[in-house]
Design a protein around this ligand. Structure first.
Ligand SMILES: [Zn+2]
Length: 138
């Protein structure tokens, strides 16, 4: 799992927003609730484009109910280490149905669209975070 220390070493102080970009999502990927613009780490553009394309190709895009954000400088909930959202390398989706510590309700096919594109899913963690996907490598 990518750690906050690795992010700090690679991207620096998150408040400097050094590797952040306002990604203008290509029109052909703007299906359903996929945002038109995403403020994210530049390393997220290719994996997110691949995940969105897979969601559309498989029809899983219909399962994407809400886009719940990417960049957010904060600590992991209830912990002292920084969340990977602080460097814009994590996203949350369908948050209302996939709360922290709850049993996730995303389909295997939906999750695979992201894991095949280079993301790790929080739904497999001991403290389940089903809404959360983060880059598997940086
Ligand atoms: Zn998250």
């Amino acid at each position: 799992m990518v750690t906050s220390t690795q992010c700090l070493n690679k991207y620096g102080d998150p408040t400097l927003e050094r590797n952040m970009v306002l990604w203008d999502v290509p029109g052909y990927l703007e299906i359903g609730v996929i945002p038109k613009k995403i403020y994210c780490n530049r390393d997220m553009m290719a994996p997110l484009a691949a995940a969105f394309q897979a969601l559309i190709t498989t029809g899983c895009v219909n399962e994407l109910k809400t886009w719940d954000g990417c960049f957010n400088i904060r600590k992991k909930r209830g912990l002292t280490s920084m969340s990977l959202h602080s460097w814009g390398v994590a996203i949350d989706v369908n948050a209302a149905w996939n709360g922290l510590g709850k049993e996730p309700v995303l389909s295997k096919e939906f999750v695979k669209c992201f894991t095949d594109a280079g993301f790790e899913w929080g739904g497999t963690w001991s403290r389940k975070d089903g809404m959360h996907f983060q880059l598997a490598k940086i």
